[in-house]
Design a binder for this molecule. Structure first.
Ligand code: FO1
Length: 305
């Protein structure tokens, strides 16, 4: 059994390659829910949807989120009623959020709803939210603390980051199956996702870090940093905002209490010795996922490490 810890776009791209090599039934994916947000009374789980849509083959590949070919008529109509419309929800995408919100309102847990959605989209993979409970990532800027989506989408990640807050982290329990998926796996993969707001949130859920330290699984992380910069997203701003260096080494250090192997991009090979000194084995390869072949090649390196 393989378990992956995942954020959004970077993770989903890697997982596209992985599913070509492993049986869907043998794969569990624990997904960040710190980015979840309520919009127009609907519960949006962006990272869960990005992973699910990507693996179901319906994601808008150019953007990395949303559904390909989607239209935005409903959102346009909502502008009549709402002064602030800054989060782009497509018409087909909205169907997912309506379904999710309705089931949550009827008392189902986010993990149960997520399983229903992934099954309805034809997947046999176990997709698990990191928690069923409220967990909200907020970014502290000079203008105050804002929800992560507001920082990323509305403000285009322009504000300087002064800190990161995980609201609910102290009380949020792991969703059913999360700890077992880590303990019972042969391989745990930390996807190439933001180490602070995608993987850091999952690690902040009670018992997750401990399970990673004590599992018998091999624990392998793929660097989300290539040539000293994130491939996508604001990881550089977040690392800097927390007083950390923007480098692959910096990411490896954040995982060094549990990690066995770090997959480092060839462009950062100079950092190899420094990472090995953390007691982590390093594999150097091409980690830039340009097409399906490079995604599969990277997944093969991870599986064989
Ligand atoms: N990202 C954007 O940059 N702009 C958007 O308007 C936007 C809408 C959106 C709607 C549904 C969804 O599942 C994801 C969406 N994303 C959007 C992506 C999302 O903000 C982030 O990429 C993730 O939360 C980070 O992994």
């Amino acid at each position: 059994m393989i378990t992956a810890l995942a954020g959004g776009v970077g993770a989903a791209r890697f997982l596209t390659g992985l599913v070509k090599l492993v049986n869907e039934k043998d794969l569990s994916i624990i997904v960040n829910t710190g980015d979840d947000i309520e919009m127009f009374g609907l519960h949006i789980s962006p990272d869960i949807d990005i992973v699910t849509y990507t693996l179901a083959g319906i994601v808008d590949e150019e953007k990395g989120w949303g559904i390909k070919g989607d239209t935005f008529h409903c959102l346009q109509a909502l502008r009549r009623f709402y002064r602030e419309v800054w989060f782009n929800l497509g018409d087909k995408d909205l169907a997912t959020h309506v379904f999710r919100t309705n089931l949550l309102k009827n008392g189902l847990k986010l993990s149960e709803v997520t399983a229903q959605i992934s099954r309805a989209l034809g997947l046999d993979i176990t997709i698990l939210p990191m928690t069923d409970e409220k967990f909200e990532t907020r970014i502290v800027t000079e203008a105050g603390s804002v929800h992560f989506q507001k920082y990323l989408v509305k403000r285009d990640a322009k504000n300087e980051v002064l800190g990161v807050e995980f609201l609910g982290a102290e009380i949020a329990n792991p969703a059913p199956g999360v700890i077992e998926a880590i303990k019972d796996a042969q391989l745990v993969i930390i996807c190439p996702s933001n180490p602070i707001v995608s993987i850091g949130t999952i690690l902040a859920v009670k018992g997750v870090r401990d399970a990673l330290r004590h599992t018998n699984a091999k624990r392998v992380a793929i660097s989300p940093i290539i040539a000293g910069a994130p491939v996508k997203g604001p990881a550089d701003k977040l690392l800097r905002g927390l007083g950390l260096e923007v480098s692959a080494y910096s990411v490896a250090k954040l995982y060094s209490d549990f990690l066995d192997t770090f997959i480092l991009d060839s462009a950062d090979s100079a950092e190899r010795d420094k990472i090995e000194k953390l007691g982590i084995e390093v594999k150097v390869t091409n980690t830039l996922m340009k097409n399906l072949e490079t995604k599969i090649a990277l997944a093969k390196t991870v599986i064989e490490s």
